[in-house]
Structure formats: C-alpha cells, structure tokens
Design a protein around this ligand. Structure first.
Ligand code: HEC
Length: 127
C-alpha cells in the first residue's frame, strides 16, 4: 500500500507543488524530502498560495477523515482540488499510508497571503 501511495503521489503530480525544488530538479529529489511543502508562492487574483506541508496536514487526520476530507475539500489555485475530489478510496488510502510513513514532518509552508499583498520571492505570477 505504501509503495502504491508513493507511485500515485509521483504520477498524480503532488510533488510538483508540495515538494520544494521538485520541478526544477526534474524530479531528482529524495523521497525523504517529499511533501514537506514549499516556500515558492503562487500569486494570482486569489492572493498568494503555497503548496502545503502534506506530512503535517495528514498527521492530524485518521485514514477515514482523510478520505472524507479529500473527497470534499476546496482550495485556491493552483491546487486542483477537483481532481483530488475524484480520486477513488483505495488510491486515497494508499496516499495516506505513504505520507504517514514519511519521517520528520519538518516545518509548515508559509501561510497564504491576501489578494494585493506583495509576496516575498520566490513566487510565480498568474495573469
Ligand atoms: C499545481 C500545484 C499543486 C499540485 C500539483 C498539487 N497541489 Fe495540493 N495544494 C497546492 C496549493 C498551492 C495548496 C494551498 C491552496 C490554498 O492555500 O488554498 C494546496 C493544498 C493542498 C491541500 C490542503 C492543505 C491544507 O493545509 O489545507 C491538500 C490536502 C493537497 N493540496 C493535496 C494534494 C495532493 C494529494 C496532490 C496530488 C494528488 C496535490 N495536492 C497536488 C498546490 C498543488
């Protein structure tokens, strides 16, 4: 189940935004550093958002809570919450067990900033 969760996280692209440096390193980031969140901001009409630290996020949830949460959560761009909502229960459970198997959760990602607030670099701007 843990192996399947790792595979799903990789192919569903969760690392692209939830693992620091992942895209620029072309995915060459050790699993031990995956999903600790990122300080890279995504700025647009919604303000500036940050890929959350998913290790910390899942620590406070039971498996059943995560499944229910992932099915209904709505977040700001560029989080494709509507895709996560559509994931089947077995896949969500596998992701949960993989994320929970990762070690030291590290630090939380920065809090989102309101629209119009100038974020510190690095950030990407959406028109
Ligand atoms: C294109 C970038 C991107 C990708 C890909 C992405 N996320 Fe996100 N995700 C974000 C951002 C940014 C936020 C914060 C949104 C906000 O603050 O409203 C977020 C928020 C979340 C949250 C809520 C965290 C919280 O503290 O509320 C969860 C859970 C989550 N993502 C899970 C996933 C999973 C699982 C995947 C892979 C299937 C994934 N994300 C893929 C960017 C992304």
């Amino acid at each position: 189940m843990i192996e399947r969760g790792q595979y799903l996280v990789k192919i569903a692209g969760c690392n692209d935004c939830h693992t620091a440096g992942y895209l620029v390193a072309e995915g060459d980031i050790p699993v031990s550093d995956w999903l600790k969140g990122d300080i890279m901001g995504w700025r647009g009409p919604w303000g500036t958002t940050y890929g959350a630290n998913l290790r910390i996020y899942m620590q406070s949830l039971s498996e059943a809570q995560w499944v229910a949460d992932a099915r209904t959560l709505v977040r700001r761009p560029p989080m494709a919450w509507f895709n996560l909502n559509a994931m089947n229960e077995d896949d969500l459970k596998a992701i949960y067990h993989f994320v929970r198997s990762l070690g030291d959760p590290g630090e939380p990602a920065p809090s989102a900033l309101a629209p119009g607030v100038e974020p510190p670099p690095p950030f990407a701007t959406f028109p």
